[in-house]
Design a protein around this ligand. Structure first.
Ligand code: HSE
Length: 309
């Protein structure tokens, strides 16, 4: 087997968007992970180096990239092997799809080296194996936008049915990432396994409202739909100053705001670059008064997901 190399990136993502627990997510412009992959013919997966993060295991059985590549190698011809160098631009436990970006980058890179034998649908299924390892649940709301870009909906998990949604031109996203870590498995563990019917009614009304707002480019409807009656009430307590941060986003003109994925990052959706800059400023000021170090990002929804660089 000839040796070949690719270098790819996959973006951070905001999943849930308040009302769509485990089913909706969007791709950000930054930050992102970079992955260099070599096809080796060794029949094994070797994680040669991880840059930008000292806490991730290089054991392929304990690393999301390893989980994805092992699943792909098993499906491909005998002897397919990979050697990986991973550059983490997204901190693990940040709530902006760190494991999802690495998993998406691995699936995309492997498919490039294997001359595109897998469909996007199959790449998502492989990337979900990384999420299964990272959080105990093979959710697709980060890996789908990290692979495909834009805003994606998981219409169904069994069978997997991913729908790309319309993205209004002026939709921007601000993300504040406090310098703390929340393990997705922990944030999932505190959620109720059953929800009352009246809670479900409120939640699916908002999810439908969000999708309708995206298609009709009705920014007010998008904003009103960013409410979470399922995960946020349980998870808000894990994020110091969450309510103040959300209030600062709304006071600065955000359409709406909530927990990004399982937190601790907090996202806000905004109409246009100017509004996003004001929201980023307002949220940053609220963070400074809370005294916790943080990173702040703003970008339009990225139309591109994983790609060659
Ligand atoms: N939908 C998942 C959750 C995203 O909220 O647990 C985790 O990043």
């Amino acid at each position: 087997m000839d040796q070949k190399n690719v270098r790819v990136m996959a973006p951070a993502t905001v999943s849930n968007l308040s009302c769509g627990f485990d089913v909706i997510g969007l791709a950000l412009g930054e930050p992102y992970d970079i992955l260099e992959l070599e096809l080796t013919g060794s029949g094994t997966v070797e994680i040669a180096e991880i840059r930008g993060c000292s806490t991730l295991s290089r054991d392929p059985r304990k690393n999301v990239v390893g989980a994805v590549l092992r699943a792909i190698a098993e499906r491909a011809d005998n002897g397919t092997g990979f050697r990986v160098v991973l550059e983490k631009g997204i901190r693990p436990g940040s709530g902006i799809g760190s494991s999802g970006a690495s998993a998406a980058a691995a699936a995309f890179a492997a498919n490039e080296l294997l001359e595109g034998i897998f469909t996007p649908h199959e790449m998502i299924l492989f990337a979900m194996e990384g999420e299964r390892l990272a959080s105990g649940a093979a959710h697709a709301d980060n890996v789908a936008p990290a692979l495909l870009g834009g805003i994606t909906l998981v219409r169904s998990y069994e069978p997997l049915d991913i729908v790309q949604l319309h993205v209004p031109d002026e939709l921007w996203c601000v993300v504040i990432h406090p310098d703390t870590e929340i393990k997705t498995s922990v944030a999932r563990g505190i959620l109720d396994k059953h929800i009352p019917l009246d809670t479900a009614v409120k939640q699916w009304g908002n999810l439908a409202g969000l999708v309708a707002g995206l298609y009709s480019e009705d920014y007010d409807l998008i904003g009103r739909s960013l409410a979470d009656f399922v995960a946020e009430p349980k998870r808000a307590g894990l994020i110091s100053g969450f309510h103040e941060l959300r209030a600062a986003a709304l006071a600065s003109g955000a359409l709406g705001a909530g927990i990004s994925g399982s937190g601790p990052s907090v996202f806000a959706l905004c109409r246009g670059a100017e509004s996003a800059a004001e929201v980023k400023l307002g949220m940053s000021e609220a963070m400074r008064s809370g005294g916790i170090a943080f990173d702040a990002y703003m970008s339009p929804v990225s139309p591109a997901g994983a790609r060659l660089i």
